[in-house]
Design a protein around this ligand. Structure first.
Ligand code: MG
Length: 375
């Protein structure tokens, strides 16, 4: 069974409400739908994480396509490694990972469909019957955030996740209100790299009375040293997110004992196999993994769910993102957590059924809406 063609479609995924985080406010996310066809007529779907404009991701996929077309679908490790080492990616290893993960996802979808089994079974089998997801608090004002947090707690989420890094006064006000709204449920705070080391130490000292479950990536993008300095000082659990992308980064975080937990997506790691390697390194170091989410649809949420089912050292309160969208790209399965949990997926492959009308609308939105391309 050989790869016959790779089709790419840039899409804009509009958020239901403005997505506030330390960096900025987002109104939509860019992804590229990857559809891989085989010579015997199977089609696998995947999703590459992009940024506006997504033409760079489309071009990168076009650039690696000749390495894949005509090759056996089964040779995932060999093909993806070869593509990652392609000259055009040498200066941008993360870009390669974000691009290639969508293509690799589609290959796993094909293998699952060919075998008649869900992907998690091909990746070692389930170590749990369900994966726990966090309730992602949305809103701008303190009242909006507290009300949404109350709703999420009422819906049964055991872990509630709040973006901070929006200024000291707002952070303290929002965290106090959300803590009060959710009672003794676990509360995670994510400033998304907003603070210097000194600011992080100051802010975490002020936020610790709200008993955060952990503080996620308080300091600079890619700095393991800053993360370690904060962790050694504050006495509150610290999660590494934007300081860790590849399995090699996971090794370095673990070697330096720079974080208590690692937040990672298959897009950051470079695919489902690479995520598995990263998780194995962390597992050997006694460090748990938490599934991370970029702005993605149910295609990626589904792929990540297979990883969640098969990863031994997984935390509770993993990230899921499709619920933030005006419209998901998939008609099935239903990925709405029950009490924060999603169970086994038994359809072959990733198990996703595309909603072709929704895909068409997302493609039109991408073509039409110039605002997103320059945000
Ligand atoms: Mg984060």
């Amino acid at each position: 069974m050989k790869i016959a063609a790779i089709k790419t479609t840039p899409l804009a995924l509009a958020f239901k409400e403005p997505y506030h985080w330390a960096g900025r406010v987002d109104y939509a996310a860019a992804v590229v739908l990857v559809e891989v066809e085989t010579d015997d007529g199977l089609v696998g779907v995947g999703e590459s994480v992009a940024a506006f404009p997504a033409e760079g991701t489309v071009a990168a996929l076009r650039g690696v396509a000749p390495l894949f077309v005509g090759q056996p679908v089964f040779d995932i490790e060999r093909l993806v490694t070869k593509a990652r080492h392609l000259g055009s990616f040498n200066h941008t290893p993360w870009q390669a990972n974000f691009v290639l993960a969508g293509l690799e996802m589609a290959l796993w979808d094909i293998l699952g469909k060919a075998a008649g089994w869900p992907v998690y079974r091909l990746l070692g089998g389930a170590v749990r019957d369900e994966v726990d997801y966090f309730g992602f608090v949305q809103g701008d004002t303190t009242d909006e955030l507290a009300e949404d947090a109350r709703e999420l707690a009422r819906a049964g989420y055991g872990v509630i996740y709040l973006k901070v890094g929006r200024g000291e006064a707002a952070d303290l006000r929002n965290t106090a209100a959300v803590r009060e709204a959710i009672g003794d449920r676990r509360l995670r705070l994510d400033p998304n790299c907003a603070w210097s080391v000194a600011e992080a130490i100051h802010m975490i000292a002020r936020l610790r009375r709200f008993e955060p479950d952990w503080i996620e990536q308080p300091t600079a993008l890619m700095s393991i040293a800053a993360l370690r300095q904060v962790k050694e000082t504050v006495g509150v659990p610290i999660a590494a997110d934007q300081a860790v992308f590849t399995p090699a980064d996971v090794y370095e975080i673990c070697r330096q004992r720079a974080a208590d937990v690692i937040v990672l997506s298959p897009h950051e790691a470079g695919g489902l196999l690479a995520f598995g390697k990263a998780a194995a390194i962390a597992e050997a170091a006694g460090v748990p993994m938490c599934l991370h989410g970029q702005g993605v649809s149910g295609i990626t949420d589904c792929a990540q769910h297979h990883l969640g089912l098969r990863t031994a050292n997984l935390t509770e309160g993993n990230q899921i993102m499709h619920q933030l969208l005006v419209e998901d790209l998939i008609a099935a399965p239903d990925l709405t957590p029950d009490q924060g949990k999603l169970g086994l997926l038994e359809r072959p492959g990733l198990g996703v059924e595309l909603d072709r009308d929704a895909v068409r609308r997302a493609a039109e939105l991408y073509e039409r809406d110039e605002r997103y391309h320059h945000s």
